[in-house]
Design a protein around this ligand. Structure first.
Ligand code: NOJ
Length: 559
Protein backbone atom coordinates (compact mmCIF):
# COMPACT_ATOMS: atom_id res chain seq x y z
CA UNK A 1 0.00 0.00 0.00
CA UNK A 2 1.33 3.43 -0.90
CA UNK A 3 1.32 6.07 1.78
CA UNK A 4 2.80 9.56 1.86
CA UNK A 5 5.77 8.03 3.72
CA UNK A 6 6.88 5.60 1.06
CA UNK A 7 6.67 7.92 -1.87
CA UNK A 8 10.23 8.95 -1.29
CA UNK A 9 13.33 6.96 -0.41
CA UNK A 10 15.70 8.56 2.05
CA UNK A 11 19.17 9.63 0.97
CA UNK A 12 20.51 6.95 3.33
CA UNK A 13 18.53 4.27 1.58
CA UNK A 14 16.50 3.57 4.71
CA UNK A 15 13.07 2.18 3.92
CA UNK A 16 10.67 4.72 5.45
CA UNK A 17 8.12 1.92 5.80
CA UNK A 18 10.40 -0.24 7.97
CA UNK A 19 7.86 -0.20 10.80
CA UNK A 20 5.03 -1.84 8.82
CA UNK A 21 6.28 -5.40 9.23
CA UNK A 22 8.76 -4.88 12.07
CA UNK A 23 9.43 -7.06 15.08
CA UNK A 24 9.64 -4.61 17.97
CA UNK A 25 11.11 -5.79 21.27
CA UNK A 26 9.97 -3.94 24.36
CA UNK A 27 12.59 -3.23 26.99
CA UNK A 28 11.52 -2.22 30.46
CA UNK A 29 14.85 -0.56 31.22
CA UNK A 30 14.99 -0.83 34.98
CA UNK A 31 14.50 -4.59 34.77
CA UNK A 32 16.73 -5.43 31.81
CA UNK A 33 20.41 -5.35 32.75
CA UNK A 34 22.13 -3.43 35.55
CA UNK A 35 25.60 -2.51 34.35
CA UNK A 36 26.54 0.08 36.99
CA UNK A 37 25.52 -2.16 39.89
CA UNK A 38 22.98 0.10 41.63
CA UNK A 39 20.22 -2.53 41.58
CA UNK A 40 18.34 -0.87 38.72
CA UNK A 41 18.71 -1.73 35.05
CA UNK A 42 20.35 1.00 32.99
CA UNK A 43 21.15 2.25 29.51
CA UNK A 44 24.68 0.89 29.66
CA UNK A 45 23.15 -2.49 30.42
CA UNK A 46 21.07 -2.25 27.25
CA UNK A 47 24.11 -1.21 25.22
CA UNK A 48 25.99 -4.18 26.60
CA UNK A 49 23.19 -6.49 25.46
CA UNK A 50 22.91 -5.19 21.89
CA UNK A 51 24.75 -8.29 20.56
CA UNK A 52 22.06 -10.39 22.26
CA UNK A 53 19.33 -8.34 20.57
CA UNK A 54 21.06 -8.63 17.23
CA UNK A 55 21.34 -12.38 17.55
CA UNK A 56 17.70 -12.56 18.60
CA UNK A 57 16.89 -10.84 15.32
CA UNK A 58 14.58 -7.97 16.30
CA UNK A 59 14.11 -5.00 14.00
CA UNK A 60 13.55 -2.39 16.67
CA UNK A 61 13.54 -1.89 20.41
CA UNK A 62 10.95 0.16 22.26
CA UNK A 63 12.17 1.50 25.58
CA UNK A 64 9.65 2.09 28.33
CA UNK A 65 10.39 5.41 30.10
CA UNK A 66 13.98 6.03 31.20
CA UNK A 67 13.41 9.69 32.11
CA UNK A 68 14.05 11.17 35.57
CA UNK A 69 11.32 9.77 37.79
CA UNK A 70 10.54 8.97 41.42
CA UNK A 71 9.18 5.64 40.12
CA UNK A 72 5.74 6.08 41.61
CA UNK A 73 4.53 4.24 38.48
CA UNK A 74 7.63 2.49 37.21
CA UNK A 75 8.82 5.58 35.29
CA UNK A 76 5.46 6.54 33.75
CA UNK A 77 5.60 9.43 36.22
CA UNK A 78 8.04 11.66 34.35
CA UNK A 79 9.89 14.51 36.09
CA UNK A 80 11.64 15.75 32.95
CA UNK A 81 10.87 14.58 29.40
CA UNK A 82 14.20 15.65 27.95
CA UNK A 83 16.70 13.93 30.19
CA UNK A 84 17.76 10.50 31.47
CA UNK A 85 17.12 9.35 35.03
CA UNK A 86 20.49 9.48 36.84
CA UNK A 87 19.62 6.05 38.30
CA UNK A 88 19.57 4.74 34.73
CA UNK A 89 22.33 6.73 33.05
CA UNK A 90 23.07 9.98 31.29
CA UNK A 91 22.33 11.56 27.92
CA UNK A 92 25.79 10.43 26.84
CA UNK A 93 24.83 6.87 27.73
CA UNK A 94 21.70 7.34 25.67
CA UNK A 95 23.73 8.50 22.67
CA UNK A 96 26.10 5.56 23.03
CA UNK A 97 23.16 3.13 23.22
CA UNK A 98 21.45 4.70 20.22
CA UNK A 99 24.66 4.53 18.17
CA UNK A 100 25.29 0.90 19.15
CA UNK A 101 21.76 -0.09 18.20
CA UNK A 102 22.08 1.75 14.93
CA UNK A 103 25.34 -0.03 14.13
CA UNK A 104 23.55 -3.30 14.78
CA UNK A 105 20.76 -2.30 12.39
CA UNK A 106 18.17 -2.02 15.17
CA UNK A 107 15.73 0.91 15.25
CA UNK A 108 14.95 2.75 18.47
CA UNK A 109 11.49 3.71 19.74
CA UNK A 110 10.98 5.67 22.96
CA UNK A 111 7.92 6.12 25.14
CA UNK A 112 6.18 9.49 25.36
CA UNK A 113 3.84 10.07 28.31
CA UNK A 114 1.61 13.04 27.42
CA UNK A 115 -1.47 12.45 29.58
CA UNK A 116 0.27 13.36 32.83
CA UNK A 117 3.59 14.51 34.23
CA UNK A 118 4.87 13.45 37.62
CA UNK A 119 4.16 15.61 40.65
CA UNK A 120 7.93 16.33 40.74
CA UNK A 121 7.92 17.89 37.27
CA UNK A 122 8.94 21.57 37.41
CA UNK A 123 5.56 22.55 35.95
CA UNK A 124 3.66 20.87 38.75
CA UNK A 125 5.88 22.39 41.42
CA UNK A 126 5.33 25.80 39.80
CA UNK A 127 1.57 25.14 39.69
CA UNK A 128 1.51 24.46 43.43
CA UNK A 129 3.62 27.53 44.21
CA UNK A 130 1.68 29.90 41.95
CA UNK A 131 -1.77 29.15 43.38
CA UNK A 132 -5.34 29.11 42.09
CA UNK A 133 -6.15 30.88 38.84
CA UNK A 134 -2.50 31.19 37.76
CA UNK A 135 -1.21 30.35 34.27
CA UNK A 136 1.00 27.72 35.93
CA UNK A 137 -2.06 25.93 37.31
CA UNK A 138 -3.74 26.06 33.94
CA UNK A 139 -1.28 23.51 32.58
CA UNK A 140 -3.05 20.93 34.78
CA UNK A 141 -6.66 20.24 35.69
CA UNK A 142 -7.24 22.00 39.02
CA UNK A 143 -10.65 22.87 40.30
CA UNK A 144 -12.60 23.71 43.44
CA UNK A 145 -14.10 20.95 45.53
CA UNK A 146 -17.72 20.51 46.48
CA UNK A 147 -19.25 20.99 49.95
CA UNK A 148 -19.34 24.11 52.12
CA UNK A 149 -15.57 24.51 52.25
CA UNK A 150 -14.71 22.66 49.09
CA UNK A 151 -13.71 19.70 51.23
CA UNK A 152 -15.27 17.13 48.92
CA UNK A 153 -13.66 16.20 45.61
CA UNK A 154 -15.17 17.74 42.46
CA UNK A 155 -16.55 14.32 41.53
CA UNK A 156 -16.45 10.77 42.83
CA UNK A 157 -14.27 9.59 39.95
CA UNK A 158 -12.06 6.61 40.63
CA UNK A 159 -8.49 6.44 39.31
CA UNK A 160 -7.49 3.64 36.94
CA UNK A 161 -5.27 2.27 39.70
CA UNK A 162 -8.08 2.45 42.28
CA UNK A 163 -8.89 5.12 44.89
CA UNK A 164 -10.02 8.69 44.19
CA UNK A 165 -9.01 10.44 40.96
CA UNK A 166 -8.76 13.85 42.69
CA UNK A 167 -6.19 15.01 45.23
CA UNK A 168 -6.48 18.12 47.36
CA UNK A 169 -3.56 20.52 47.68
CA UNK A 170 -2.71 22.83 50.57
CA UNK A 171 -4.67 25.85 49.37
CA UNK A 172 -7.80 23.71 49.06
CA UNK A 173 -8.02 23.14 45.29
CA UNK A 174 -8.11 19.66 43.83
CA UNK A 175 -6.24 18.29 40.83
CA UNK A 176 -7.21 15.43 38.56
CA UNK A 177 -5.07 12.32 38.32
CA UNK A 178 -6.56 9.54 36.28
CA UNK A 179 -3.67 7.31 37.35
CA UNK A 180 -1.62 7.61 40.58
CA UNK A 181 -1.67 10.68 42.86
CA UNK A 182 1.88 11.36 41.67
CA UNK A 183 0.65 11.62 38.05
CA UNK A 184 -1.33 14.88 37.66
CA UNK A 185 -3.19 15.03 34.34
CA UNK A 186 -2.11 17.75 31.92
CA UNK A 187 -4.54 20.24 30.43
CA UNK A 188 -4.28 19.79 26.68
CA UNK A 189 -6.44 22.87 26.12
CA UNK A 190 -3.38 24.88 27.10
CA UNK A 191 -1.17 25.78 24.07
CA UNK A 192 2.01 25.65 26.18
CA UNK A 193 1.43 21.92 26.71
CA UNK A 194 1.25 21.41 22.95
CA UNK A 195 4.44 23.37 22.33
CA UNK A 196 6.37 21.59 25.03
CA UNK A 197 5.56 18.12 23.72
CA UNK A 198 6.55 19.08 20.20
CA UNK A 199 9.83 20.26 21.67
CA UNK A 200 10.23 16.84 23.31
CA UNK A 201 9.47 14.98 20.08
CA UNK A 202 12.11 17.04 18.27
CA UNK A 203 14.60 16.62 21.12
CA UNK A 204 14.59 12.83 20.83
CA UNK A 205 14.21 12.79 17.04
CA UNK A 206 17.33 14.97 16.82
CA UNK A 207 19.12 12.41 18.99
CA UNK A 208 18.42 9.70 16.45
CA UNK A 209 15.24 8.15 17.79
CA UNK A 210 13.27 6.42 14.99
CA UNK A 211 9.84 6.37 16.56
CA UNK A 212 7.60 6.88 19.57
CA UNK A 213 5.16 4.81 21.58
CA UNK A 214 2.43 7.12 22.85
CA UNK A 215 1.22 6.32 26.35
CA UNK A 216 -2.54 6.61 27.03
CA UNK A 217 -2.96 8.22 23.61
CA UNK A 218 -6.75 8.23 23.99
CA UNK A 219 -6.73 10.21 27.25
CA UNK A 220 -5.13 13.56 26.52
CA UNK A 221 -8.13 15.59 25.39
CA UNK A 222 -10.47 16.12 28.33
CA UNK A 223 -13.97 17.53 28.20
CA UNK A 224 -15.05 20.64 30.02
CA UNK A 225 -13.89 20.05 33.56
CA UNK A 226 -15.49 23.18 35.01
CA UNK A 227 -19.19 22.47 34.87
CA UNK A 228 -21.09 19.85 36.82
CA UNK A 229 -19.22 16.63 36.37
CA UNK A 230 -21.01 13.32 35.91
CA UNK A 231 -20.74 10.80 38.72
CA UNK A 232 -18.56 7.71 38.42
CA UNK A 233 -21.68 5.64 37.73
CA UNK A 234 -22.80 8.04 35.00
CA UNK A 235 -19.28 8.13 33.59
CA UNK A 236 -19.33 4.37 33.14
CA UNK A 237 -22.54 4.68 31.12
CA UNK A 238 -21.22 7.28 28.65
CA UNK A 239 -20.03 5.50 25.51
CA UNK A 240 -16.55 6.30 24.30
CA UNK A 241 -17.88 7.68 21.07
CA UNK A 242 -16.05 10.97 20.85
CA UNK A 243 -17.72 12.92 23.66
CA UNK A 244 -16.75 11.04 26.81
CA UNK A 245 -15.26 13.58 29.28
CA UNK A 246 -11.99 11.65 29.60
CA UNK A 247 -11.50 8.98 26.98
CA UNK A 248 -11.20 8.95 23.22
CA UNK A 249 -12.63 12.40 22.56
CA UNK A 250 -12.75 13.46 18.94
CA UNK A 251 -10.47 16.44 19.47
CA UNK A 252 -7.62 14.21 20.67
CA UNK A 253 -6.88 13.63 16.99
CA UNK A 254 -5.97 17.27 16.48
CA UNK A 255 -2.96 16.66 18.75
CA UNK A 256 -1.69 13.79 16.62
CA UNK A 257 -2.20 15.70 13.39
CA UNK A 258 0.11 18.36 14.84
CA UNK A 259 2.58 15.67 15.87
CA UNK A 260 2.55 14.08 12.41
CA UNK A 261 3.84 17.37 11.04
CA UNK A 262 6.73 17.14 13.46
CA UNK A 263 7.42 13.49 12.54
CA UNK A 264 7.45 14.45 8.88
CA UNK A 265 10.08 17.12 9.44
CA UNK A 266 12.51 14.19 9.54
CA UNK A 267 13.76 11.95 6.79
CA UNK A 268 12.74 9.22 7.15
CA UNK A 269 9.67 10.44 9.01
CA UNK A 270 9.59 9.40 12.64
CA UNK A 271 7.05 6.68 13.37
CA UNK A 272 4.58 6.37 16.23
CA UNK A 273 2.29 3.79 17.74
CA UNK A 274 -0.70 4.66 19.90
CA UNK A 275 -1.50 2.95 23.15
CA UNK A 276 -5.22 3.55 22.77
CA UNK A 277 -7.61 1.32 24.69
CA UNK A 278 -10.63 2.24 22.62
CA UNK A 279 -13.45 0.33 21.02
CA UNK A 280 -12.02 -1.42 17.99
CA UNK A 281 -13.97 0.63 15.46
CA UNK A 282 -12.54 3.83 17.01
CA UNK A 283 -8.93 2.68 16.52
CA UNK A 284 -8.27 3.47 12.84
CA UNK A 285 -7.99 7.29 13.16
CA UNK A 286 -5.12 6.93 15.66
CA UNK A 287 -3.31 4.75 13.12
CA UNK A 288 -4.03 6.96 10.13
CA UNK A 289 -1.05 8.19 8.09
CA UNK A 290 -1.82 11.83 8.99
CA UNK A 291 -1.81 10.93 12.71
CA UNK A 292 0.35 8.44 14.60
CA UNK A 293 0.55 5.89 11.78
CA UNK A 294 0.01 2.78 13.90
CA UNK A 295 -2.05 1.77 16.95
CA UNK A 296 -1.75 -1.17 19.29
CA UNK A 297 -4.26 -3.93 18.88
CA UNK A 298 -4.52 -5.47 22.35
CA UNK A 299 -7.29 -7.90 21.49
CA UNK A 300 -5.13 -10.99 21.90
CA UNK A 301 -4.22 -9.99 25.46
CA UNK A 302 -7.61 -10.99 26.73
CA UNK A 303 -8.33 -13.78 24.25
CA UNK A 304 -8.14 -17.43 25.20
CA UNK A 305 -5.94 -19.85 23.30
CA UNK A 306 -8.83 -20.64 21.03
CA UNK A 307 -8.95 -20.96 17.24
CA UNK A 308 -12.25 -19.15 16.85
CA UNK A 309 -11.23 -16.18 19.01
CA UNK A 310 -7.86 -15.88 17.29
CA UNK A 311 -9.35 -16.05 13.81
CA UNK A 312 -12.01 -13.41 14.54
CA UNK A 313 -9.41 -11.08 16.04
CA UNK A 314 -7.05 -11.47 13.10
CA UNK A 315 -9.78 -10.92 10.52
CA UNK A 316 -11.16 -7.86 12.30
CA UNK A 317 -7.75 -6.27 12.80
CA UNK A 318 -6.61 -6.79 9.25
CA UNK A 319 -9.82 -5.08 8.17
CA UNK A 320 -9.18 -2.19 10.59
CA UNK A 321 -5.58 -1.67 9.56
CA UNK A 322 -6.62 -1.64 5.89
CA UNK A 323 -9.20 1.00 6.82
CA UNK A 324 -6.57 3.23 8.40
CA UNK A 325 -3.92 2.59 5.75
CA UNK A 326 -1.65 1.25 8.48
CA UNK A 327 -0.38 -2.23 9.27
CA UNK A 328 -1.75 -4.25 12.14
CA UNK A 329 0.05 -4.82 15.42
CA UNK A 330 0.12 -8.06 17.39
CA UNK A 331 0.82 -8.20 21.10
CA UNK A 332 0.73 -11.17 23.46
CA UNK A 333 2.59 -9.69 26.43
CA UNK A 334 3.76 -6.34 27.72
CA UNK A 335 4.68 -4.69 31.02
CA UNK A 336 1.02 -4.22 32.00
CA UNK A 337 -0.38 -7.74 31.65
CA UNK A 338 0.20 -11.23 33.02
CA UNK A 339 2.76 -13.00 30.83
CA UNK A 340 1.14 -15.09 28.13
CA UNK A 341 2.85 -18.37 29.08
CA UNK A 342 1.02 -18.08 32.42
CA UNK A 343 -2.30 -16.89 30.99
CA UNK A 344 -2.40 -19.92 28.71
CA UNK A 345 -1.45 -22.35 31.49
CA UNK A 346 -4.42 -21.52 33.74
CA UNK A 347 -7.82 -23.17 33.43
CA UNK A 348 -10.27 -21.23 31.27
CA UNK A 349 -13.35 -19.90 32.98
CA UNK A 350 -16.62 -19.48 31.06
CA UNK A 351 -17.42 -15.87 30.16
CA UNK A 352 -14.23 -14.53 31.65
CA UNK A 353 -11.35 -12.95 29.82
CA UNK A 354 -8.03 -14.74 29.93
CA UNK A 355 -6.23 -11.77 31.57
CA UNK A 356 -8.93 -11.38 34.26
CA UNK A 357 -8.68 -15.04 35.19
CA UNK A 358 -4.92 -14.70 35.52
CA UNK A 359 -5.25 -11.57 37.71
CA UNK A 360 -7.61 -13.42 40.06
CA UNK A 361 -5.16 -16.27 40.25
CA UNK A 362 -2.38 -13.84 41.22
CA UNK A 363 -4.60 -12.28 43.85
CA UNK A 364 -5.07 -15.70 45.39
CA UNK A 365 -1.30 -16.02 45.68
CA UNK A 366 -0.82 -17.89 42.41
CA UNK A 367 -1.55 -21.47 43.60
CA UNK A 368 1.06 -23.58 41.78
CA UNK A 369 -1.27 -26.56 41.34
CA UNK A 370 -3.62 -24.50 39.15
CA UNK A 371 -0.92 -23.53 36.65
CA UNK A 372 0.06 -26.09 34.03
CA UNK A 373 3.46 -24.64 33.18
CA UNK A 374 4.21 -27.00 30.34
CA UNK A 375 0.85 -26.45 28.66
CA UNK A 376 1.19 -22.67 29.08
CA UNK A 377 4.68 -22.80 27.57
CA UNK A 378 3.58 -24.92 24.59
CA UNK A 379 0.62 -22.69 23.86
CA UNK A 380 2.72 -19.54 24.28
CA UNK A 381 5.25 -20.81 21.75
CA UNK A 382 2.49 -21.78 19.34
CA UNK A 383 0.72 -18.43 19.72
CA UNK A 384 3.96 -16.50 19.24
CA UNK A 385 4.77 -18.35 16.04
CA UNK A 386 1.21 -17.71 14.88
CA UNK A 387 1.45 -13.93 15.36
CA UNK A 388 4.93 -13.81 13.83
CA UNK A 389 3.51 -15.28 10.62
CA UNK A 390 0.80 -12.63 10.34
CA UNK A 391 1.11 -9.48 8.25
CA UNK A 392 1.94 -6.44 10.39
CA UNK A 393 4.24 -5.64 13.30
CA UNK A 394 4.79 -7.98 16.21
CA UNK A 395 5.55 -6.38 19.57
CA UNK A 396 7.44 -8.72 21.88
CA UNK A 397 8.06 -8.11 25.57
CA UNK A 398 11.43 -8.76 27.20
CA UNK A 399 11.64 -12.23 28.72
CA UNK A 400 8.94 -13.78 26.55
CA UNK A 401 11.73 -15.06 24.31
CA UNK A 402 12.82 -17.09 27.34
CA UNK A 403 9.30 -18.45 27.84
CA UNK A 404 9.17 -16.70 31.22
CA UNK A 405 6.13 -17.17 33.37
CA UNK A 406 4.64 -14.47 35.56
CA UNK A 407 6.32 -14.30 38.97
CA UNK A 408 3.43 -14.88 41.36
CA UNK A 409 5.53 -15.25 44.48
CA UNK A 410 6.30 -11.59 45.28
CA UNK A 411 5.79 -10.76 48.97
CA UNK A 412 3.45 -7.80 49.52
CA UNK A 413 6.25 -5.90 51.26
CA UNK A 414 8.30 -5.96 48.07
CA UNK A 415 5.65 -4.91 45.60
CA UNK A 416 6.12 -1.62 43.74
CA UNK A 417 3.14 -1.18 41.46
CA UNK A 418 0.74 1.61 42.54
CA UNK A 419 -2.15 -0.62 41.46
CA UNK A 420 -1.35 -2.89 44.40
CA UNK A 421 -1.29 -0.01 46.90
CA UNK A 422 -4.37 1.72 45.55
CA UNK A 423 -6.59 -1.34 45.27
CA UNK A 424 -5.78 -3.55 48.26
CA UNK A 425 -7.31 -6.98 48.04
CA UNK A 426 -8.54 -6.35 44.51
CA UNK A 427 -5.47 -6.32 42.32
CA UNK A 428 -1.87 -7.29 43.11
CA UNK A 429 -0.63 -5.25 40.18
CA UNK A 430 1.89 -5.75 37.44
CA UNK A 431 5.16 -6.45 39.25
CA UNK A 432 5.11 -10.13 38.31
CA UNK A 433 6.02 -9.40 34.68
CA UNK A 434 8.57 -6.74 35.61
CA UNK A 435 11.01 -8.86 37.59
CA UNK A 436 14.62 -8.35 36.38
CA UNK A 437 15.63 -10.79 33.64
CA UNK A 438 17.75 -13.87 34.35
CA UNK A 439 20.85 -13.80 32.18
CA UNK A 440 22.84 -16.56 33.89
CA UNK A 441 21.96 -19.84 35.63
CA UNK A 442 23.38 -18.71 38.94
CA UNK A 443 25.25 -15.85 40.53
CA UNK A 444 24.03 -12.55 41.93
CA UNK A 445 20.53 -11.83 40.59
CA UNK A 446 21.04 -14.39 37.79
CA UNK A 447 23.39 -12.03 36.02
CA UNK A 448 21.07 -9.01 36.09
CA UNK A 449 23.55 -6.97 38.13
CA UNK A 450 25.91 -7.07 41.06
CA UNK A 451 23.66 -5.26 43.49
CA UNK A 452 20.78 -7.72 43.30
CA UNK A 453 17.37 -7.36 41.71
CA UNK A 454 14.84 -4.70 42.74
CA UNK A 455 12.03 -7.27 42.59
CA UNK A 456 12.64 -10.78 43.93
CA UNK A 457 13.57 -13.41 41.35
CA UNK A 458 12.36 -16.97 42.06
CA UNK A 459 14.73 -19.96 41.94
CA UNK A 460 13.00 -21.30 38.81
CA UNK A 461 14.48 -18.35 36.90
CA UNK A 462 17.72 -20.38 36.63
CA UNK A 463 16.32 -22.76 34.03
CA UNK A 464 14.83 -19.87 32.04
CA UNK A 465 18.09 -17.89 31.96
CA UNK A 466 19.68 -16.85 28.70
CA UNK A 467 22.71 -18.94 29.62
CA UNK A 468 20.62 -22.09 30.16
CA UNK A 469 18.55 -21.61 27.03
CA UNK A 470 21.51 -20.73 24.86
CA UNK A 471 22.80 -24.27 25.27
CA UNK A 472 19.54 -26.01 24.64
CA UNK A 473 18.62 -26.49 20.97
CA UNK A 474 14.88 -26.66 21.58
CA UNK A 475 14.70 -23.80 24.06
CA UNK A 476 12.19 -21.00 23.62
CA UNK A 477 15.10 -18.61 23.06
CA UNK A 478 16.39 -20.65 20.15
CA UNK A 479 12.86 -20.99 18.77
CA UNK A 480 12.49 -17.19 18.76
CA UNK A 481 15.90 -16.82 17.10
CA UNK A 482 15.09 -19.17 14.27
CA UNK A 483 11.55 -17.84 13.86
CA UNK A 484 12.72 -14.23 13.64
CA UNK A 485 15.44 -15.11 11.14
CA UNK A 486 12.99 -17.00 8.89
CA UNK A 487 10.30 -14.34 9.26
CA UNK A 488 12.74 -11.75 7.98
CA UNK A 489 13.16 -13.80 4.79
CA UNK A 490 9.50 -14.70 4.39
CA UNK A 491 7.50 -11.65 5.45
CA UNK A 492 5.63 -10.04 2.57
CA UNK A 493 3.02 -7.28 2.98
CA UNK A 494 -0.56 -7.07 4.15
CA UNK A 495 -1.68 -10.29 2.41
CA UNK A 496 -3.26 -13.31 4.09
CA UNK A 497 -5.36 -16.16 2.72
CA UNK A 498 -7.16 -18.49 5.14
CA UNK A 499 -6.96 -22.18 4.25
CA UNK A 500 -9.59 -24.78 4.97
CA UNK A 501 -8.36 -27.21 7.61
CA UNK A 502 -11.49 -29.27 8.15
CA UNK A 503 -11.23 -28.66 11.89
CA UNK A 504 -12.60 -25.91 14.14
CA UNK A 505 -9.50 -26.18 16.27
CA UNK A 506 -6.91 -25.75 13.55
CA UNK A 507 -6.15 -22.46 11.82
CA UNK A 508 -4.09 -22.29 8.66
CA UNK A 509 -3.24 -19.35 6.45
CA UNK A 510 -0.99 -18.75 3.48
CA UNK A 511 1.05 -15.71 2.56
CA UNK A 512 1.67 -14.58 -1.01
CA UNK A 513 5.03 -16.28 -1.31
CA UNK A 514 3.75 -19.69 -0.25
CA UNK A 515 4.61 -19.35 3.43
CA UNK A 516 1.97 -21.29 5.39
CA UNK A 517 1.21 -21.19 9.10
CA UNK A 518 -0.76 -24.05 10.68
CA UNK A 519 -1.71 -23.87 14.36
CA UNK A 520 -3.48 -26.61 16.27
CA UNK A 521 -5.32 -24.94 19.16
CA UNK A 522 -6.79 -28.24 20.30
CA UNK A 523 -5.39 -31.08 22.39
CA UNK A 524 -5.43 -33.92 19.86
CA UNK A 525 -2.93 -34.32 17.02
CA UNK A 526 -4.37 -33.69 13.55
CA UNK A 527 -3.06 -34.79 10.18
CA UNK A 528 -1.88 -31.91 8.00
CA UNK A 529 -4.26 -31.16 5.12
CA UNK A 530 -3.23 -33.34 2.14
CA UNK A 531 -2.16 -30.42 -0.05
CA UNK A 532 0.32 -29.34 2.62
CA UNK A 533 1.78 -32.76 3.29
CA UNK A 534 4.59 -32.26 0.79
CA UNK A 535 5.45 -28.73 1.94
CA UNK A 536 8.81 -28.08 3.51
CA UNK A 537 8.66 -27.47 7.28
CA UNK A 538 10.43 -24.26 8.17
CA UNK A 539 9.99 -23.83 11.92
CA UNK A 540 7.82 -25.65 14.47
CA UNK A 541 6.91 -24.52 17.99
CA UNK A 542 7.23 -28.06 19.36
CA UNK A 543 8.17 -31.60 18.44
CA UNK A 544 6.17 -33.24 15.63
CA UNK A 545 6.55 -36.09 13.16
CA UNK A 546 6.20 -34.04 9.97
CA UNK A 547 2.68 -35.37 9.27
CA UNK A 548 0.52 -35.01 12.36
CA UNK A 549 0.49 -31.72 14.19
CA UNK A 550 0.12 -32.20 17.97
CA UNK A 551 -2.18 -30.00 20.03
CA UNK A 552 -0.89 -26.57 21.12
CA UNK A 553 1.62 -26.53 18.29
CA UNK A 554 2.32 -24.29 15.31
CA UNK A 555 4.32 -25.17 12.24
CA UNK A 556 5.50 -22.97 9.40
CA UNK A 557 5.66 -24.60 5.99
CA UNK A 558 6.98 -23.37 2.70
CA UNK A 559 4.92 -24.53 -0.24
C1 NOJ B 1 0.08 2.84 30.30
C2 NOJ B 1 1.39 2.23 30.67
O1 NOJ B 1 1.64 1.14 29.81
C3 NOJ B 1 1.28 1.85 32.12
O2 NOJ B 1 2.37 1.08 32.53
C4 NOJ B 1 1.14 3.10 32.94
O3 NOJ B 1 0.93 2.74 34.29
C5 NOJ B 1 -0.03 3.95 32.47
N1 NOJ B 1 -0.09 4.05 31.06
C6 NOJ B 1 0.05 5.34 33.03
O4 NOJ B 1 1.09 6.05 32.42
Amino acid sequence: MTTPQNQHQTPLGIDPDWWRQAVVYQIYPRSYADRDGNGIGDLKGITHRVPYLKELGVDAVWLSPFYPSQLADGGYDVDDYRDVDPKIGTLDDFDEMAATLKDAGIKLIVDIVPNHTSNQHEWFKAALAAGPGSPERDRYIFREGKGENGEEPPSDWVSIFGGPAWERVEDGQWYLHIFATEQPDLNWRNPEVHEDFKKTLRFWSDRGVDGFRIDVAHGNAKGDMWGDLPSEAELAEIPQEGQHPIWDRDEVHEIYKEWRKVFNEYNPPRTAVAEAWVQTHRRPPYAAPDELGQAFNFDLLSARFDAGEFRDIVAENLRLSAESGSSSTWVLSNHDVVRHATRYGLPTVADRKNEEVARDWLLRGGPAEELDRALGAARARAATLFILALPGSAYLYQGEELGLHEVAEIPDAERQDPTFFRSPGVNVGRDGCRVPLPWTRSGESFGFGEAGAHLPQPQWFAEYSVEAEDDETDSTLNLYRSALARRRELQTGEDLEWLDTGSDEVLAFRRLNGWVNVTNFGTVAVALPADLAAAEPVVASGAWDGKNLPGSTTVWLQV
